[in-house]
Design a binder for this molecule. Structure first.
Ligand code: PLP
Length: 667
């Protein structure tokens, strides 16, 4: 899994070698300013003119303006500014121009944000109206028909970046024409270039923005097409470049690179044809379905770009799937890259009426038109590997060989629940299972063939024990009065009920639940390993850890305030030095099981021991006993490893560290 397979082309693409070479030549050889009148400048001017002429041919835009700019966000601003200034002027002249700014519900955020921004700034006071899309992701033409007579400006996209859904631009044009709409029309063509045929002259599109980096040119270069006769207001004024339409010395390296990409498009042979792309996408779709049998596609493939797949796997969150793919070296995303850092559900899928649980597990896989058969083969193989890795978690054997009951933390929205498995993983007790995860836990236990002995909440009504019990046909609560219970004596002399969990027992002492090993009908204080619920103030369990339902840390030592965590970060260089200086250090990979199965972690010559974050509590006591041994946690991006190191520090381990930036930066 050492090589990366980049399947996130709708976010951005690598630079075509010919484009990089052209950019380098523009910087080193043809570096003149195209506005200079000497030979150096004239050579740069020729390059610029040649690139524009080629762009016109590729876009089918012999007339109108084709301006080079910094990318689609700038192109969108310019189009919006131009349209709103025109509306203002038309209104001043008393012409009918509409009072609505209509935009598709699935537009890139640059569109509604620019509309609101410029409408406010210019004081145009138009009303923003969302044009809904149907379940297929396409604009509702029936609703557009109603809005069209009042629309001053209509913004739609050629193809959606998250789902790949291709808009019915002919249908939109027809509706606007039939309604005699006064609207100006912008079509965001960012995702269309190189994937869909373009003949802008033949349309009534007024503005069409493009971004070079979505098709193998560098970031920071783009184009804006403006139809002949469409109103235009420059966004940038200054030295009068681009015939005074977009001032600022031209980004010649970017323009040269974009020109090389356009040349490849024009001449053919470099990029796959739409039919070849579609065949590749269909093979990827089939391999996804084989790897994840429950998978559903979130947009109809027949109406999507031949390079994009958006899917969900019921029961698995986007984050888990992304982590799984990332561990296998497959780079995909959970939607648009702009919102990847925010954990918000996809507004695009919401607009299509995709149920929230499906939208929360959506993954986008997208490739560029350079992807050849060998690339698609490799991607299909990795996808199959991810499917197998996921199945590994569902066999009881995963817990076999452990001498004691083992503990798994399940978290949702800041609340922790705890699953206790016997050593063979056949029996389970669920304590405080979060309600949001009840269905997932139930299906996992069923798939593992694991029996739920009991499920209960330590605080009345606070968790999802009722839901989980209902799903698995088990009465929730402590199983009082059932043959599963046996009496056990505590150190206090009290005789309490205990539930056998393999060779261990879970004993109930008032509102506390004690997990440990009983000997001769007696649970000694020293043999209690974990405590759940409310620990009596006077209880002394020297070796135990308390597992909490809410709060950080989720695990603490009874009777001790937590230790400060201090500095826990080792950047990639510091981690290498630390591991070299501490050959006894234990490197711990805290990624979850499927990710680990998709690709084992090795760092600076150290093989990592695998302990998923959700199972850390079970291992913490042992690490605390061997406190002299340094711990270095690692995960994919550094978030989970930081939590692990912080937890161990707070429990009193003085030498717990983590690799900041994770495996992603550690190389
Ligand atoms: N429009 C669409 C459909 C996009 O996918 C993107 C980028 O993700 C943009 C606009 C904005 O492009 P840029 O960030 O290159 O300006």
């Amino acid at each position: 899994m050492s090589t990366e397979l980049y399947l996130d082309a709708n976010a951005t693409s690598p630079v075509l070698p010919a484009a990089a070479a052209a950019a380098m030549a523009a910087m080193q050889d043809c570096f003149g300013n195209p506005s200079s009148s000497h030979a150096c400048g004239l050579r740069a001017r020729a390059l610029l003119d040649g690139a524009r002429a080629r762009a016109r041919r590729v876009l089918g835009a012999a007339s109108g303006r084709v301006l080079f700019n910094s990318g689609a966000t700038e192109g969108i601003q310019t189009a919006v500014l131009s349209a709103l200034c025109a509306v203002r002027e038309r209104r001043q002249r008393g012409e009918a121009c509409g009072d609505l700014l209509v935009y598709g519900a699935t537009e890139h955020k640059a569109v509604p944000e620019s509309l609101a921004h410029w409408n406010r700034l210019l004081g145009t006071g138009l009303e923003l109206r969302v044009l809904p899309v149907g379940a297929d992701g396409r604009h509702r033409l029936d609703l557009l028909r109603e809005l069209a007579p009042r629309a001053a400006f209509v913004c739609t996209m050629a193809a959606n970046n998250e789902t790949g859904v291709v808009s019915d631009l002919d249908g939109i044009a027809r509706v606007l024409a039939e309604a005699h709409s006064p609207a100006l029309w912008m079509v965001d063509c960012v995702q269309a270039l190189g994937k869909l045929p373009l003949a802008l002259d033949a349309t009534r599109i007024d503005y069409a923005p493009f971004s070079g980096h979505k098709l193998y040119a560098p970031k920071g270069i783009g184009m804006l097409y403006v139809r002949e006769g469409a109103p235009y207001t420059p966004l940038l004024c200054g030295g009068g470049q681009e015939a005074g339409q977009r001032s600022g010395t031209e980004n010649m390296a970017g323009i040269a690179a974009l020109d090389a990409v356009l040349q490849a498009l024009e001449e053919g042979g470099t990029f796959r044809t739409p039919a070849q792309l579609q065949a590749g996408r269909d093979r990827l779709a089939a391999s996804l379905q084989a790897a994840f049998p429950a998978l559903v596609f979130n947009a109809p493939l027949a109406q999507a770009l031949p390079t994009t797949l958006n899917f969900s796997v019921p029961g698995l969150g986007s984050k888990e799937l992304l982590d799984l793919f990332d561990a296998a070296g497959v780079r995909v995303s959970a939607g648009s890259a702009c919102s990847a850092a925010k954990a918000a559900p996809s507004y695009v899928l919401d607009a299509m009426g995709v149920p929230p649980e499906r939208s929360a597990s959506a993954v986008r896989l997208s490739f560029g038109p350079l992807a050849d058969d060998a690339f698609i083969d490799a991607a299909c193989e990795r996808i199959a590997h991810c499917g197998r890795a996921l199945r590994l978690t569902q066999t009881p054997a995963q817990t076999a060989g452990q001498a004691a009951a083992h503990l798994q933390q399940v978290e949702s929205c800041g609340a922790s629940g705890w699953l206790l498995f016997d050593e063979a993983g056949r029996d389970c007790v669920a304590i405080d299972p979060p309600a949001a995860l009840a269905a997932r836990i139930a299906s996992d236990l069923r798939a593992r063939g694991c029996r739920l002995l009991a499920c209960f909440d330590t605080s009345h009504g606070a968790g999802g024990a009722d839901t989980l019990g209902e799903l698995l046909g088990l009465a929730p609560g402590w199983p009082a009065g059932t043959p599963l219970l046996q009496p056990v004596r505590l150190a206090s002399g009290a005789i309490v009920d205990a539930l056998a969990l393999g060779a261990d027992i879970l004993a109930r002492d008032g509102d506390a639940y004690l997990l440990g090993r009983a000997r001769n009908g007696m649970l000694a204080s020293a043999d209690v390993r974990f405590v759940f619920g409310a620990l009596p103030a006077d209880a002394g369990y020297p070796g135990a850890l308390c597992c909490h339902r809410i709060g950080e840390p989720a695990v603490s030592r009874p009777g001790t305030a937590s230790w400060p965590d201090g500095d826990i970060d080792l950047d990639a260089g510091a981690a290498a030095a630390y591991l070299a200086a501490h050959p006894d250090a234990l490197l711990v990979d805290v990624r979850e099981l499927p990710e680990h199965a998709a690709g084992a972690a090795r760092l600076h010559g150290h093989d990592a021991r695998h302990v998923p974050l959700s199972q850390l509590a079970g291992h913490a006591a042992g690490w605390l006993r061997a406190e002299a041994r340094p711990l270095v946690f690692v995960c994919r991006s550094g978030n989970r490893s930081a939590r692990a190191a912080r937890l161990l520090r707070r429990l009193g381990h003085g030498q717990a560290w983590h690799v900041a930036g994770g495996l992603a930066l550690a190389g």
